[in-house]
Design a protein around this ligand. Structure first.
Ligand code: 5GP
Ligand code: MG
Length: 445
């Protein structure tokens, strides 16, 4: 039996749990998947084993939909998956993790793949590829897999005896290893897309899985397989810091909130507006940058918008007018704070420009005199096949228009961005992939 995905899974969240004792893993799955919910809200799934058979449950919508009275994940290994999809007709049968009964494993995947120069493949193809592996053990198959695969992937795989994690050789998507010792003295190992889940589950982060590394966890402990016949030069997707990861997650030595806050400080050093009265941030990911800007410039930070937290994602609506409508429902101006003011507005990124257009128009409608618009990332000029979720270059406002044209079309008094090189200074030791900011970049796969 397969559970397949019909679309690529650039973002998505993956989680793996290995418990030394057989236990009810429900609480761990609940806390872990809930904490990774921002990585995918379209569907959730979990597979688990008690060593004799595989069990699974998949549900459309939020991860909480999994947790009904018939959900009883009793075992010692479990994996979970959160689906981020651009597909409108998503079915529960196409959610991850995917099971292979032929070879007795289940796979959860975050990334975007191609095998042996073929066309792009989805997670189902990856499962078929793994099934064809000649070797007896899963690690040998995974090792051969990483030579043949191109693209971005963070995998969490389980057999009846092992939990295995793997990150692509460029480390485009994150994967972390953690450890929990609970009050009953039970010990668990965790693999997770983000540190916020490990912390919420009551654990500690041990480290990032390295680019190209395979981690194997079984009754004999943890084993790492790093041998790789070419150098792994890390290229972590810059958008993990800019937009995608939760603010309390830590990537290597930098907390995501800290990265965003520092990008606001940097913007303040670059762009100074002597007549600005207030700084506001676009909820949620623009807010730390607005706070950083305010701290450095001494211009007061105030809330400019109220966000409706019960809305899904405006970004992934397939129809452009639906996307605009959702942005409108999602963000409403706090007129009381902005009326009559010159406003510095900060968002994390400018993709199609829908969010910006709505925010700026509504700020003006509510009496803002001037709007200085700053972005805590460079202009996105190229469609990324491994990251930002757009279908083509043509959708990107900065691909089609010059900075001056964007300024005019958005109706702002100023527009300013962070430069590509500046991102590296904020991310300290992380080495980032920034190809989507490079106009010459056409295709990575
Ligand atoms: P725009 O409205 O310009 O198309 O998108 C920009 C907004 O979408 C920003 O406020 C940013 O926080 C958010 N965003 C940036 N990248 C992504 C992405 O890959 N997926 C989703 N869902 N939102 C994104
Ligand atoms: Mg946003």
């Amino acid at each position: 039996m397969y559970r397949s995905s019909d679309k690529m899974e650039e973002y998505c969240g993956v989680l793996g749990i290995y418990s030394k004792k057989t236990a009810n893993l429900s609480d761990y799955l609940y806390d872990g998947l809930q904490s990774l919910q921002h990585r995918g809200q379209e569907g959730a799934g979990a597979c688990w084993t008690d060593g004799s058979s595989f069990m699974s449950k998949h549900k459309l919508g939020l991860s909480t939909n999994l947790f009904s009275s018939d959900f009883n994940p009793y075992g010692n290994i479990a994996i979970g998956h959160l689906r981020y999809s651009t597909s409108n007709d998503l079915k529960a049968a196409s959610l991850g993790p995917m099971l292979s009964t032929e070879r007795n494993f289940a796979l959860a995947h975050n990334g975007h793949l191609r095998v042996n120069n073929s066309n792009e493949v989805d997670t189902l193809e990856a499962v078929k590829f793994l099934e064809k592996g000649q070797a007896e053990d899963m690690i040998s198959i995974f090792e051969s897999f990483r030579y043949k695969l191109e693209g971005s992937y963070a995998f969490v795989l389980m057999t009846k005896e092992k939990l295995i994690g793997m990150r692509d050789p460029k480390g485009i998507r994150p994967l972390l290893l953690g450890y929990i010792k609970n009050k009953y003295d039970e010990e668990l190992w965790i693999l997770s897309s983000e540190s916020c889940a490990i912390k919420t589950m009551g654990g500690n982060v041990i480290r990032m899985v390295e680019p190209g590394e395979i981690i194997e966890i079984d009754s004999s402990g943890i084993h790492s397989y790093k041998q790789f016949n070419h150098q792994c030069n890390e290229e972590l997707c810059a958008f993990e810091y800019i937009y995608f990861s939760r603010a309390d997650s830590q990537i290597y030595d930098t907390c995501v909130h800290e990265f965003r806050y520092k990008s606001g400080i940097l913007l303040s050093k670059k762009y100074n507006f002597s007549d600005a009265d207030i700084v506001i941030g676009a909820p949620d990911s623009g807010i730390p940058a607005a706070m950083g800007y305010s701290k450095e410039s001494n211009i007061p930070y105030v809330e400019g918008f109220v966000k409706n937290h019960y809305m899904g994602r405006s970004f992934i609506e397939p129809e452009s007018n639906l996307r605009k409508k959702r942005v409108q429902l999602k963000l409403n101006v706090l007129e009381y704070n902005v009326s009559g003011k010159n406003v510095v507005l900060i968002d994390d990124s400018l993709v199609r420009g829908n969010t910006a257009k709505h925010m700026i128009e509504s700020l003006k409608k509510c009496g803002a005199k001037k709007v200085y618009f700053l972005l805590a990332s460079p202009p996105i000029t190229s469609h990324c096949y491994l990251g930002i979720d757009t279908k083509s270059h043509e959708e990107l406002i900065a691909h089609k228009k010059s900075i001056e044209e964007i300024k005019i079309s958005l109706g702002v008094d100023f527009i300013g961005f962070i430069e590509t090189d500046e991102l590296d200074t904020i991310a300290s030791s992380s080495k980032l992939c920034k190809k989507c900011f490079n106009l010459k970049y056409k295709r990575i796969l």
